[in-house]
Ligand binder design. Sequence first.
Ligand SMILES: Cc1cc2nc3c(=O)[nH]c(=O)nc-3n(C[C@H](O)[C@H](O)[C@H](O)COP(=O)(O)OP(=O)(O)OC[C@H]3O[C@@H](n4cnc5c(N)ncnc54)[C@H](O)[C@@H]3O)c2cc1C
Length: 316
Amino acid sequence: MAKILAIAEHRNGKLTDASLELCKAAKEIASAMGAEPAAAVMGKDDSIAKEVAKYIPTVFSVADAALEVYTSDGYTQAIKAVVDAQDVKGVIVAHSYDGVDYAAKVAMAIDAGIVSNCNKARVEGGAVIFTRNTYNGKIQEEKKVNTDKFVVTFEKGAYDMEAAGGAGAVSSVSASISNVRTKSKGIIETMAGAVDISQAKVIVSGGRGCKDADKYKDVIVSLAQKLGGEYAGSRPVIDSGWTDAARQVGQSGKTVAPDLYIAAGISGAIQHVAGMKGSKCIVAINKDPEAPIFNIATYGIVGDLFEVIPAMKEKL
Ligand SMILES: Cc1cc2nc3c(=O)[nH]c(=O)nc-3n(C[C@H](O)[C@H](O)[C@H](O)COP(=O)(O)OP(=O)(O)OC[C@H]3O[C@@H](n4cnc5c(N)ncnc54)[C@H](O)[C@@H]3O)c2cc1C
């Protein structure tokens, strides 16, 4: 049976959340196509592949010392080996730093068309139609490949994370990894010690409407702490130094997709929305009923955030 192959990513021996989203995507697309969902895992051994087997029934493990650390040459050769050994119709990659680096190369290697940075897929007449934002989310476009196989990259939050529960089978695929032209000398965390808001389940985000650093702390930081989540901000908040750069959400900041995103005093400029529109539930608090943030909000509260947030905190 044809397979839809999710490429699992891991860092420091830990599977990324995006990998679980890809397992879900592979299952949904495969089911709509009458294909079989599967995953491929590259690593020095099959330990991560065994972990992935809790989320998807079929896992192909390509184990090689050269795959201990990510390189685009290594991953491309390994994925090609799986595609050559199996009837793979589609390869699903995370739109992560690594995914963006190797996805097009894989498409070239397996003679497939590629659609990148997608947020949805549907199957129509046997073909997969992918949806992606363009012009910073102003419009959405639908794309399909003209080739027999496809490669797609999905942005974070496009799919829910698959829940663990299965006991899939892991089989190994051998690949001779050679001529790796890059050597990873180590991963440098540019914001070592800084919080990674992209992993948070609850985010309270403040904008220019918070007025100043003290008020931002008073309303946004305290509500985030009360909810057990992280606090974040729009670019003016970071530019004004009310909080650190690691907490900026948007086009030039982080992309987040929490279960709950509270946007207070944020107008909803396209560059901000680009970084948080994948959130499961968006609560917007703004005193301007015409603020564009209300166009994407699940719940909108028209009001002064300095009255609304204290009232929310009182109820918690
Ligand atoms: C290349 C480029 C990249 C960019 N990248 C980013 C990015 O990554 N992230 C980002 O956020 N922006 C980014 N921007 C900036 C973006 O265009 C907007 O300027 C910015 O998002 C606006 O931030 P804001 O909503 O906090 O402020 P504003 O647009 O000034 O909105 C403030 C809002 O607060 C409301 N308000 C005021 N007082 C109250 C109150 N008491 N109670 C309730 N509501 C109140 C107002 O009605 C208003 O809607 C980028 C811009 C460019 C050009």
